[in-house]
Design a protein around this ligand. Structure first.
Ligand code: LLP
Length: 421
């Protein structure tokens, strides 16, 4: 459920008409609903209760500091994968003890920043990383709390580019070698083992792979405890999928996912962490765009929008589907036309949808891409020298620009022409 609904024939974000925001901000822009973000966070905490737990929002899905503050103020932790994300979490007021640091390539500099600023744990992904962290922490005279990310070799049955838990993927340490790596971690100075981490992929719509992975983690917990390690925290990753096509998809609910967690690891007495990104942010955001032209094609008409693949790359990168809705509610029974929905960027890949049924649209009309809150703005680029798309947050009848559209001057001034040229 989200808070983007038609009221009196006009699409609203909570209590604010989307067209009103478009008139003041200009298109394209991302638009987030605070109530939806809050609801999705609460659904997870309820799903995990009464287990001791922390829901760590995966910042990579949506990293605007206003959104992080909103979630942080509700008590959320944060999952970061870079120094930049760490600094964003801190800038949003999230204390280090609620931040977990994931990622396969943490640099020594990144480790130092997190150790200085405070960190709940590093999710270590390789032996070289473990050694580097031991060196950095020892040199600083501190102890780094860690989990080791294990790769359980399960098929998450999702898009190949976002599956992470198979043995051929670059992530984690093979679960079969965990015992050896934990023994090494226990011997290293500056390292304190606190738990186990696993993350098997994203947009997962079947609970079976989770069940298999968590059962392996439960077995490993017992084994590592028997080997003398104090395993007290389990980070079970993120990845729960969302419906991208309204009315057609029913991915498992967070409550059902929570039930799998309780069934598989609930009796171990561990604190459970999860790292959802998409489920919290995905359906809490729209990308709003205007029609520039309607162009007649050989087979169908093209709807040429002012949003492009640089603003929302998921369709061209993963063949992802996003529902597209007109901002003015179509009349009941209006005849739908099949449009090829494209952006102005100079490549054929800049296609959002083919033969998409939409009510007749004309230049100047507004449309909204649904489910664009996660992996939308964060993956935007300035390709074709199109300034980064702005972001707006709505809460009740308040709307605020939470990242402004850069001016062309700002964009141009980042380049430097050397004086010897
Ligand atoms: N934790 C770790 C270690 C991850 O790598 C990810 C996502 C998450 C948590 C959050 O997963 P989520 O709950 O959002 O599924 N750009 C792609 C998605 C990439 C996901 C990468 N890792 C997309 O647009 O579909």
């Amino acid at each position: 459920m989200d808070h983007f609904l038609y009221r009196g024939g006009a699409l609203h974000a909570e209590d604010v008409p989307v067209a009103e925001i478009a008139a003041s901000v200009g298109t394209p822009f991302y638009l987030y609903s605070a109530a939806t973000l809050e609801r999705h966070y609460r659904v997870f905490t309820e799903a995990l209760s009464p287990l001791p737990h922390l829901v760590c929002f995966a910042i990579k899905a949506l990293s605007n500091t206003a959104v992080l503050k909103l979630l942080g103020d509700l008590g959320a932790g944060m999952d970061v994968v870079s120094e930049g994300e760490y600094l964003r979490a801190r800038a949003a007021g999230v204390p280090g003890e609620r931040i977990v640091f994931s990622g396969v390539g943490k640099t020594r500099g990144e480790m130092r920043t997190a150790l200085e600023g405070g960190i709940r744990q590093f999710n270590v992904e390789s032996e070289p990383e473990l050694l580097a962290l031991s060196e950095v922490a020892s040199a600083m005279g501190v102890t780094a709390p860690i989990t080791v990310r294990v790769n359980p070799d399960v098929d998450a049955k999702t898009h190949a580019k976002i599956a992470t838990g198979k043995k051929e993927n670059k992530f984690g340490i093979p679960i079969t070698r965990a015992s050896e790596v934990y023994a090494q971690a226990a011997r290293l100075p500056g390292i304190e083992v606190v738990g186990i981490d696993v993350h098997i992929g994203s947009q997962i719509t079947d609970l079976d792979p989770y069940e298999q992975a968590f059962l392996r983690v439960a077995d490993l917990t017992r084994q590592l405890r028997a080997e003398g390690h104090d395993i007290r925290r389990l980070d079970l990753g993120g990845g729960l999928g969302i419906p991208y096509t309204r009315g057609n998809e029913a991915p498992p609910l967070p409550a059902e996912y929570g039930a799998v967690i309780k069934r598989t690891v609930g009796d171990l007495g561990c604190e459970v962490e999860i790292e959802p990104g998409r489920l919290i942010a995905g359906n809490a955001g729209l990308l709003v765009s205007s029609v520039i032209y309607v162009k007649s094609g050989e087979e169908r008409d093209f709807l040429i929008l002012d949003a492009a693949m640089n603003d929302l790359v998921r369709p061209s990168m993963y063949d992802a589907h996003h529902d597209i809705v007109p901002v003015v509610e179509p009349e009941a029974g209006v005849e739908m036309l099949p449009y090829d929905v494209v952006g102005p960027v100079c490549e054929t890949g800049d296609t959002f949808a083919r033969a998409r049924p939409l009510p007749p649209l004309a230049a100047g009309d507004l449309v909204a891409f649904r489910s664009a809150g996660a992996y939308g703005a964060v993956m935007a680029s300035e390709y074709n020298s199109r300034p980064l798309v702005p972001e707006v947050l709505v809460k009740g009848d308040h709307a605020a620009v939470i990242r402004a559209r850069p001016s062309y001057i700002e964009m141009l001034n980042r380049d430097v022409i050397p004086d010897w040229l």
